[in-house]
Design a protein around this ligand. Structure first.
Ligand code: PLP
Ligand code: COI
Length: 382
């Protein structure tokens, strides 16, 4: 295929997606929210749902039937391949309400791009990014009254794709469903940014190996992390610090990228590899270096040096970056032999607070974000 014909085919594909109309099958006014959501109790993370969800199916080699329908259970064959072989991926993004009362998504295009990267890794057909964005925006528009009007809250966006073909041979499914649900949410860790968490440094459990699926948001990666998460709780830790399979390099912290801060204020995030999820929060912090007023860089982080640098005071703060977790400070690490290493004096340091404040102020529209990062959800509900 020549370059011109590939461009034509891409353009045709884009136009097809754009023209693909979303069908609306909405709840009646008496069944759906009609007043803004003003929760009295803390909404927590990921517990609540809104009135509707977006769905679209893949069959006969194409994505079809985009629709917004009442939130509710799926009808699925017991032999659906996602249930047996875990061919399922997801994304996590957030939308915020700004002072003008409108809802704005945060870097949603990066999630759509990463959804397709995950799809490639587990042999799921891609969904045009413009279509993913259109779907999510249309759903938020329909359920905009569900935005939780509570300090620090947001609409958490959960797009996911799963294999639905009723077949038991191990090969890529020929049928899929793409679904988006919304969750009015608050902080992921109840401790928020004001208290640090403890991480278990485990040499027993690993999240990913090179050549595997670690870089993707494949559901199986999270199933594989549960046993380690359980062990962390037994050690009094909130999550696990994952090492590479040789137990020498630091990779990730639970469902967050790990980072640490040197005494000169430099922020260091482990270099992205095929065993580390390319966090959109980390990428944002890397791009915000000037605004934050500190150097932010990536490098391979060796466990031994990391520990020695905490003990010598060269490393003064540490934490995790992630959409759900935002910027979560780590106050200490525990080894499987019970040894505890405290970061600094164990309190949340000023650099982490500063990063958290700048990042969340951008998301909430209190500070100007780089061009294209925050996008208003248009009012289009028919
Ligand atoms: N690492 C893992 C394993 C995750 O599940 C997440 C959450 O999405 C992250 C890192 C952070 O990525 P992001 O900032 O894009 O949410
Ligand atoms: C997110 O941060 O959005 C995630 O996907 C993490 C999730 C597993 C809670």
């Amino acid at each position: 295929m020549t370059l011109i014909s590939s461009l034509h085919s891409l353009q045709a594909q884009f136009l097809r997606w754009y023209a693909m109309d979303i069908k609306y099958n909405l709840k009646s006014t008496s069944e759906r929210r009609t007043e803004p959501f003003m929760p009295e109790d803390n909404v927590g993370f990921g517990k609540l749902r809104t009135d509707h969800m977006f769905m679209m199916d893949y069959r006969d080699g194409q994505w079809c039937d985009p629709r917004i329908v009442p939130y509710g259970p799926f009808e699925m064959a017991p032999g659906a391949m996602a249930l047996h072989y875990g061919q399922s991926i997801f994304e996590g993004a957030k939308a915020f309400m700004h002072e003008d009362g409108e809802i704005y998504t945060f870097r949603l295009n990066k999630n759509a791009e990463r959804m397709n990267r995950s799809a490639d890794i587990v042999c799921i057909p891609n969904i045009d990014e413009a279509m993913q964005l259109k779907a999510i925006n249309a759903l938020i528009d329909v359920d905009r009254l569900w935005f939780p009007q509570q300090q620090g809250a947001c609409l958490y966006i959960r797009p996911f794709i799963f294999a639905t073909e009723d077949r038991l041979s191990v090969s890529p499914s020929q049928q899929y469903t793409f679904c988006v649900v919304l969750s009015p949410s608050g902080a992921y860790y109840a401790s928020g940014v004001n208290n640090g968490i403890r991480l278990l440094i485990t040499t027993q459990f690993h999240r990913a190996v090179s050549g595997g699926t670690g870089e993707s948001k494949a559901a199986g990666n999270y199933a594989a992390s549960l046993r380690a998460g359980k062990a962390a709780i037994e050690y009094g830790a909130s999550q696990v610090l994952y090492l590479d399979s040789t137990n020498t390099e630091i990779e990730e912290a639970g469902a967050m990228n790990h980072f640490h801060i040197l005494k000169d204020g430099t922020v260091i995030i482990p270099t992205f590899t095929d065993t580390i999820l390319k966090s959109i929060t980390s990428q944002s912090i890397l791009e915000l270096s000037d605004m934050l007023g500190c150097e932010v860089r990536q490098e391979t982080v060796m466990l031994d040096k990391f520990i020695a640098d905490i003990e010598s005071g060269e490393i003064i703060e540490a934490g995790g970056f992630g959409t759900a977790a935002v910027v979560s400070p780590v106050s200490s690490y525990i080894f499987e032999d019970g040894r505890i290493i405290t970061v600094g004096d164990g309190n949340v340091g000023p650099n982490i607070k500063h990063i958290y404040n700048v990042f969340t102020e951008l998301q909430k529209g209190h500070m100007p974000a780089p061009s294209g990062w925050v996008k208003r959800v248009e009012r289009v509900e028919p």
